[in-house]
Design a protein around this ligand. Structure first.
Ligand code: NAD
Ligand code: LMR
Length: 329
């Protein structure tokens, strides 16, 4: 057996945490041969609930679970961490936008950024889920002196998965037939699923789904508003699907599951200026990954006028969010 990957999960006793830790411990994030040590961070009042989660993890007798740390201290949680899943934050309730969480949740990520820099492993990688995820990742990166900025990512994979599922239903094909589907921009109602560069059964998607009005109307709105629709239906925000998307995100990035040849996935990563997205924000891009810790922004895609206009709007929103938290950067 190899050395365990030390995986930090913040908010491990919350809804997403509860859906996530069992999947990590069972090998779905890092593969069937890689043991994991779960380093679970919670706020002090939730440590009792976290004990319960740990008892259940014990009771699963997962062969890959090499150890657990339960703590309310970020430095302890991030000690030697290879991969940090930053989930712990307030979710929005009915009637709120994700941006409404900016100030409250942003403050969490200043301290956690500092703790990651001081305690994390040299190969530390960070995936932020807590909303507003892109800007929280930016805050954590800005406070993590000495950690390369490209190690900080945020999750837009749930949006990609949502879009793929809607497109597969519309075309009446299995979801695996939808590939090369990038989500640009912010994990917010301004996000842009890029149907023009997507493929369906190996063909350009617009050749198969020719209903442009649906693609630019109902489809787009459904994906952009899916988080709200789930809150309205469940009374609380998506959890199992969010955990699932994080498993996908990390598995592709550094869990031994590179993107398939010719395909790409969506990750929110620090912009290097590609596609005119200004440096200094963390935006959804199409990326290829090697499964061993590196990713590359896919170059050379042509954006339709429609997608470009939407990309400009989501980028403008990210810039506004950055300005709103300038004191935390
Ligand atoms: P939740 O309230 O069920 O759980 C959050 C947990 O975080 C709680 O147990 C809480 O005690 C803990 N927590 C709060 N502050 C903390 C801190 N400083 N350190 C460690 N733990 C802390 O919420 P949830 O449903 O699990 O959602 C968590 C976050 O993920 C929310 O911000 C939500 O909006 C976001 N989310 C993002 C996506 C995405 O696609 N990016 C999808 C779904 C939810
Ligand atoms: C989601 O997309 O389901 C999450 O970001 C939760 C939310 O507030 O929409």
């Amino acid at each position: 057996m190899s050395t365990p990957v030390r995986v930090a999960i913040t908010g491990a006793a919350g809804q997403i945490g509860y859906a996530l830790v069992f999947r990590i411990a069972s090998g779905q994030m890092f593969g069937p041969d890689t043991p994991v040590h779960l380093q679970m961070l919670e706020i002090t009042p939730a440590l009792g609930a976290l004990e319960g989660v740990a008892m259940e993890l014990d009771d699963c007798a997962f062969p890959l679970l090499a150890g657990m740390t339960l703590t309310d201290d970020a430095e302890e949680a991030f000690d030697g961490t290879n991969v940090a899943c930053l989930v712990g934050a307030k979710p929005r309730g009915p009637g709120m936008e994700r941006a409404d969480l900016l100030k409250d949740n942003g403050a969490i990520f200043t301290g956690q950024g500092r703790a990651l820099a001081s305690a994390g492993a040299a190969d530390l990688k960070v995936a932020v889920v807590g909303n507003p995820a892109n800007t929280n990742a930016l805050i954590a990166a800005a406070n993590a002196d000495g950690v390369p900025t490209d190690r900080f990512t945020a999750m837009v994979r749930l949006d990609e998965n949502r879009a793929k599922s809607q497109l597969a239903k519309k075309a009446g094909v299995p979801v695996a037939e939808v590939t090369n589907l990038a989500v640009w921009g912010n994990h917010s109602p301004t996000m842009v699923p890029d149907v023009d560069n997507a493929h369906l059964g190996g063909r350009p998607l617009p050749e198969v789904i020719t209903d442009r009005a649906w693609l630019e109307g109902e489809f787009l709105t459904t994906v952009q508003q899916r988080g709200k629709a789930i809150i309205d239906a469940r009374g609380s925000s998506s959890a199992a699907s969010a955990a699932n998307a994080l498993v996908d995100h990390v598995a592709n990035w550094c869990g031994g599951k590179p993107t398939a040849d010719g395909d790409w996935v969506s990750m929110a990563v620090p912009s290097d200026g590609s596609y005119g997205v200004p440096e200094g924000i963390i935006s959804g891009f199409p990326v290829t990954t090697d499964g061993a810790g590196s990713y590359q922004i896919v170059q050379g895609l042509e954006l339709s006028d429609f997608t470009q206009e939407k990309l400009n709007a989501t980028v403008a929103e990210l810039q506004e969010e950055r300005a709103a938290v300038a004191d935390m950067l």
